[in-house]
Structure formats: structure tokens, C-alpha cells
Design a protein around this ligand. Structure first.
Ligand SMILES: Cc1cc2nc3c(=O)[nH]c(=O)nc-3n(C[C@H](O)[C@H](O)[C@H](O)COP(=O)(O)OP(=O)(O)OC[C@H]3O[C@@H](n4cnc5c(N)ncnc54)[C@H](O)[C@@H]3O)c2cc1C
Length: 409
């Protein structure tokens, strides 16, 4: 039996960041990852960042995004990790008159709340992103937006964690968790069994099954995200890019269910209800090595231990949508596709904090489709909570109490 002060389960961006900051506070931390670091969503994502500024009264979302942006900068600029971070700015293209009216409304709301999002006329948008189609009606522009390499980011944070003394164990799949009489946790993996006073569940959508091992229901859903890439080409796309179509749809249908998941309601803001498409979502960029990558679908599914397969019809719909923005891509075929599981909660709020019912049990999941952007700061805030024994008030928005319940037998 190996003893440690704190065990973190999950080697994605959430678990790695939590372990890193806990170690920085001087705690004895061991992280357990079933595969390798950053092999699930945290390494498969598009690496896009859509921060819109702190706002006059920072809420949880702006704190996680802007705090995260600062950590990306620190890694790249101060600590010498080349994570390919660039504050390129991010853009959402407007394709219809209805979307334009929605964009005007959005910008007004952002401005009132003290955020930085601009509405660009087509000419201005095309002068900073020249390949954009002349048919777009404008763009929302996020000057704090950017992008970075997801795998390199997680590995940079893991390297920092090790420097601060954390132990990062891969190929350690947690298969059992027991709360012992002495108020510690016994965590079983095939290579070894561990004992710790404090346990952090940071395993993305797998937190549901880890919670079940402790008799808890953690309401996190596996949502399949998928992407495609072209071969590497010289620089043609300079920002993180999306469209407004899905956001407009989700605003109009803001309380509509996307379907059911067993007896539960599925998360809001999906692109599909079962197999039926509701809207088209889109985001992507050109990576430093030249590949152009795009994706967007969000389909709730039954989580398996296997990586999900991309769904071809969805990839084709997404590519057709991208061609509406960037006609030059017509001549660049898709060279590879991939998919990953995103951890969604029903209302899209993350779960960060102390789990009710059991002492010294903490949770960080539900980062949904923006966990690359928000995962670093989430881990930092959770580590601070565990270290100080008190959460910063902003974490009340992500409190697992009231969300996590005891599992009925
Ligand atoms: C295709 C796609 C595109 C995306 N694009 C973006 C984007 O552009 N910008 C953005 O901000 N976000 C994006 N996201 C979302 C983002 O990737 C996720 O929100 C984020 O990575 C979640 O991080 P995590 O650490 O919570 O989960 P994960 O990355 O899933 O990490 C959880 C880890 O736990 C491990 N684990 C599970 N069970 C066990 C067990 N029993 N024992 C040990 N280890 C276990 C898993 O192997 C995994 O490594 C995208 C996601 C996908 C799939």
C-alpha cells in the first residue's frame, strides 16, 4: 500500500493543473492516469480560447477564462515552455441577417458588463482574416482570444508539477475506491494500491463512474466532440474561428431539452437530439505546423472506455459549413479525423469544489466544451481551496453540493 497526502485521479488538463498547484503549495501529491497524460479530451481538443475580458464584476466564467489566459502567458513567456500559445484574437462569423441582429444584441450586453467583444464589418474582418468569404455579414471579434497546443500545454503543467515534487503515474487505471474506517481513501489500480487522506476526482466524464464507486451520483455526461484536419499548408488562417449559428440557435431555444439519457435530461446546448441534427456548431484554427483543424458537433452518448469514432455525416456537414467561410479549403482534402469525450453538466456550469456527504473528497469536472481555456484556472482555484480550507466566493457558482447526490441502491 502506497501512502500519500493527496491523490488526484485524471491526467487531463484539470487533474494535472490541480496536482501542479497543490504541489506548489507544498503538499505531497500523486496523480493517477489510466492511459498517458493528455490522451483524452485534453489532448484532442482544438486548443481555441474565447476569453472576453474580466468584466466589471467578474463571474466564474470570466475568472476561469481570464485567469487561465494569464497562466498560458506565464507558461509561454515567463517559464520558457513552448506551448505554441498566441493571443491571436478569436472571431465568430455572422452569416444571416438574424444572426447579425443577435450579434448586435450580444455586443451591447457584453459592453454593459464591461467585456471586450467587438462587432466587425465584413471589410474590417477580412482585412485581419483575408481568406474569409466576401459573403459573410460581419464578425464578432474577441481580442483576448487565442490558441495553444493542447498536448504541449498539459505536458508543460505536468513538468512543473514534477518540479514541485508531485508524482505523476500513468497506466494506473483506478478500478476501486473504498473509504476506510480511519477516514482515508483506499484507491485500487492494477499496478498498486494507494491510501490518501484527501481525494480529488478530476477524470472528466469518468467522474460519474468514479463517484459510483463511492455510492455517489455525479451528474456529468459524456458528449462526443469530433474534428478533422487538412494536410499542413503555409499560413492562411490567423485567428481562432467559429460561427454564430449555434449560439443564435441555443439562445432562441435556451431551455429546450436535447433529449434524455436514461431517466435524466441531457445537457443544454447540444447539436443533436438523439441522431437528429438541431444546429451546426463550428470552431477551429490553423496550427503552428500548418494543419487546418475544424470541428463542432456535440452529441451526448454512452461513455465507453474506447475513444469514440467520428461520425462521417457530421464531419461532412462541418466541412461544408467551413467552406462557407473559407472557400479556398475546397481544394484541401481531409487527411484525418478524430473524436473525444467532453465532460458536460446539464446547465453547462462546471463542478469544482468539495463533494457533500464524504470528508476530504473534491471534484473538478464539467468543463464542457471550454475546458482547455478554463481547466488551468479551475485547477488553480481547487488547489487553493484544498490548501486553505476555504473556497474563493466565485466558486459558489460551481459548488457540487446540491448537484452530487447519494446513489440510490
Ligand atoms: C474534439 C474536442 C474539441 C474541443 N475543443 C476545445 C477548444 O477548442 N477549447 C476549449 O477550451 N475546450 C475544448 N474542448 C473541451 C476540452 O477539451 C475539455 O473540456 C477538457 O479537456 C476536459 O478536461 P478534463 O481534464 O476535465 O478531462 P479529460 O481530458 O477527459 O481528462 C480526464 C482523464 O481522466 C482519465 N481517467 C478516466 N478514468 C480514469 C480512471 N478510472 N483511472 C485513472 N484515470 C482515469 C482519462 O484517461 C483522462 O485522461 C474540446 C473537446 C473535444 C473532445
Amino acid at each position: 500500500m502506497q501512502q500519500t497526502d493527496i491523490l488526484v485521479i485524471g491526467g487531463g488538463i484539470a487533474g494535472t493543473a490541480t496536482a501542479c498547484y497543490l504541489a506548489q503549495y507544498g503538499h505531497e501529491v500523486t496523480l493517477l492516469e489510466q492511459r498517458e497524460l493528455a490522451t483524452e479530451a485534453s489532448g484532442l481538443n482544438a486548443g481555441t480560447i474565447w476569453a472576453s475580458g474580466w468584466g466589471h464584476t467578474p463571474d466564474l466564467s470570466s475568472t476561469l477564462s481570464m485567469g487561465g489566459l494569464d497562466i498560458f502567458k506565464t507558461l509561454q513567456l515567463d517559464l520558457g515552455y513552448d506551448i505554441e500559445f498566441r493571443q491571436s484574437g478569436s472571431m465568430q462569423a455572422i452569416q444571416t441577417e438574424e444572426q447579425y441582429a443577435f450579434a448586435q444584441e450580444e455586443v451591447r450586453e457584453w459592453e454593459v458588463r464591461g467585456h471586450q467583444v467587438e462587432l466587425l464589418a465584413p471589410r474590417d474582418a477580412r482585412s485581419i482574416e483575408p481568406e474569409l468569404s466576401p459573403r459573410i455579414l460581419g464578425c464578432l471579434y474577441y481580442p483576448h482570444g487565442g490558441n495553444a497546443n493542447p498536448v504541449k500545454t498539459v505536458h508543460a503543467v505536468a513538468s512543473l508539477a514534477r518540479q514541485h515534487g508531485a508524482t505523476m503515474l500513468t497506466q494506473h487505471e483506478v478500478t476501486g475506491i473504498v473509504r476506510l474506517d480511519d477516514d482515508t481513501y483506499q484507491v485500487v489500480t492494477p499496478p498498486a494500491t494507494f491510501k490518501a487522506k484527501t481525494l480529488v476526482l478530476a477524470a472528466g466524464p469518468w467522474c460519474r463512474s468514479l463517484g459510483a464507486m463511492l455510492g455517489l451520483h455525479i451528474p456529468v455526461y459524456a458528449v462526443r466532440g469530433q474534428m478533422w484536419a487538412t494536410a499542413a499548408v503555409p499560413p492562411r488562417i490567423f485567428h481562432s474561428i467559429g460561427t454564430l449559428e449555434s449560439h443564435h440557435y441555443w439562445r432562441i431555444h435556451s431551455h429546450e431539452e436535447s433529449g434524455s439519457y436514461g431517466y435524466e435530461q441531457t445537457p443544454l446546448e447540444l447539436t443533436h437530439r438523439q441522431d437528429q441534427r438541431l444546429t451546426r456548431h463550428l470552431y477551429g484554427r490553423q496550427t503552428r505546423d500548418g494543419e487546418i483543424i475544424f470541428g463542432g458537433d456535440r452529441q451526448v452518448d454512452v461513455l465507453t472506455l474506447q475513444r469514440p469514432c467520428p461520425e462521417q455525416a457530421g464531419i461532412e456537414t462541418n466541412r461544408a459549413h467551413v467552406l462557407e467561410l473559407f472557400p479556398f479549403l475546397e481544394n484541401l482534402p481531409i487527411t484525418r479525423t478524430w473524436a473525444g469525450w467532453m465532460p458536460f453538466t446539464r446547465d453547462l456550469h462546471p463542478l469544482i469544489g468539495k463533494v457533500p456527504f464524504l470528508e476530504n473528497l473534491y471534484l473538478l469536472t464539467g468543463l464542457s466544451s471550454s475546458g482547455f481555456e478554463k481547466g488551468l484556472m479551475s485547477g488553480k482555484l481547487l488547489a487553493e481551496y484544498i490548501h486553505k480550507g476555504e473556497a474563493v466566493p466565485i466558486l459558489a457558482e460551481a459548488d457540487p453540493a446540491g448537484q452530487v447526490t447519494r446513489k440510490s441502491a
